[in-house]
Design a protein around this ligand. Structure first.
Ligand SMILES: CCCCCCC/C=C/C(=O)SCCNC(=O)CCNC(=O)[C@H](O)C(C)(C)COP(=O)(O)OP(=O)(O)OC[C@H]1O[C@@H](n2cnc3c(N)ncnc32)[C@H](O)[C@@H]1OP(=O)(O)O
Ligand SMILES: NC(=O)C1=CN([C@@H]2O[C@H](COP(=O)(O)OP(=O)(O)OC[C@H]3O[C@@H](n4cnc5c(N)ncnc54)[C@H](OP(=O)(O)O)[C@@H]3O)[C@@H](O)[C@H]2O)C=CC1
Length: 297
């Protein structure tokens, strides 16, 4: 019997993975985790100083990391950059399409140029990256792609442009999974809810001050997410442990996308969690119960 559900140092050794938007936030965290699992990581982003800093952090932790400055909306730039990586590494095992973002705005105030900039960053750019990585490497050697989308694919005020793009990403994820399955390529998406990253610093602090407490109220797990809670799922989906998963979007949002969620349920849920834990505790193996009593588990 072969078990491989747990990632460990070396799980990605001898593998090359690209992380777009790896110079900050969630992308930086994914890059660190991949490198710690043995991958050679290539970061892509527009601002060289951010990429350089993350590559330095990874190198000082003993990992392997290189970087290219590139706007993923630049078709020729994407082709050339992927070609350089394939030439140097032979093949690419993983691609994380994480780069993206938006400026919060009500639909009525979004100019065509701004709508286009957001659509191209969040939808076209990831498509170009996936297409080139597929054509230049994965079509022959197989591989795994993870697209970062967002909760707002389902519609969210002030985020209409990126929501439209993210819904497109989820659809593309499914089509690519179907078209590329025969080449041994898996394509999945991860949709974070609200995650505490430096990316939030690009928004008006007053706007966030007003909204974030209300957002927390609306999350069944009653807290915002952490970067590492996204990167763990991404690494799992990239790995062989997820070898039979393709075309899926995994929501990492503390339960906020659940159809029947409502803050009204919180006291009921808290009570049933207590009851549920109690139920299990009675049936624990003796050694577990003893260790728990000693505070060791
Ligand atoms: C409502 C909920 C709030 C909480 C949300 C929590 C969930 C989601 C979180 C995240 O996604 S966190 C990630 C945060 N990071 C970012 O969002 C990064 C910042 N965004 C970008 O860099 C985007 O790529 C960009 C906004 C598309 C910028 O791309 P680009 O460099 O091409 O833009 P510009 O050339 O500067 O502008 C083009 C065009 O776009 C309009 N525009 C851009 N910024 C703004 C803005 N702040 N306000 C209004 N309009 C904007 C504008 O039309 C620009 O054209 P010009 O006016 O410059 O001619
Ligand atoms: N934080 C959150 O709550 C959530 C985030 N997300 C998504 O997760 C991803 C990571 O977000 P987060 O870490 O929070 O934010 P960050 O702003 O820290 O990260 C976004 C990264 O994308 C890069 N980037 C943006 N546009 C381009 C482009 N056109 N070409 C190349 N690189 C680009 C930026 O680098 P540079 O400036 O150097 O170009 C930056 O490093 C984003 O797609 C975001 O929309 C989704 C749901 C929730």
């Amino acid at each position: 019997m072969r078990y491989h559900s747990q990632l460990r140092p070396g799980s990605f050794s001898e593998q090359t993975h690209i992380v777009t938007g790896g110079g900050s936030g969630i992308g930086r965290c994914i890059a660190h985790e991949l490198a710690s699992l043995g991958a050679r990581v290539f970061l892509i982003g527009r601002k060289l100083d951010k990429l350089e800093r993350v590559a330095g952090e990874i190198a000082s932790d003993g990992g392997e990391c290189s970087f290219y400055s590139l706007d993923i909306r630049d078709e020729q730039g994407v082709k050339d950059t992927v070609a350089k990586i394939v030439q140097a590494q032979g093949r690419i095992q993983g691609l994380v399409n994480n780069a993206g973002g938006q400026f919060p705005s009500a639909l009525e105030h979004i100019p065509a140029k701004g709508f286009d900039a957001v659509l191209r960053s969040n939808l076209l750019g990831g498509f170009l990256m996936a297409r080139e990585v597929y054509v230049q490497s994965m079509k022959t050697h197989g591989g795994s792609i993870v697209n970062i989308t967002a909760d707002n694919a389902g519609g969210m005020p002030m985020m209409g442009h990126s929501g439209a793009a993210r819904a497109g990403v989820e659809n593309l994820t499914e089509t690519a999974a179907l078209e590329w399955a025969a080449s041994g390529v898996r394509v999945n998406a991860v949709a974070p809810g609200y995650v505490l990253t430096s990316g939030l610093d690009t928004y008006d602090p007053e706007f966030l001050r007003e909204l974030l407490p209300g957002f927390r109220e609306s999350i069944p797990l009653y807290r915002l997410g952490e970067e590492a809670e996204v990167s763990g799922a991404v690494c799992f989906l990239l790995s062989d442990a997820a070898g039979y998963i393709t075309g899926q979007t995994l929501r990492i949002d503390g339960g906020s996308s659940l159809k029947h969620h409502s803050p009204l349920w919180r006291p009921v849920a808290a009570n049933s969690v207590k009851r549920f834990n109690g139920f299990h505790r009675k049936r624990r193996p003796k050694v577990v119960a003893a260790l728990e009593a000693e505070g060791k588990l």
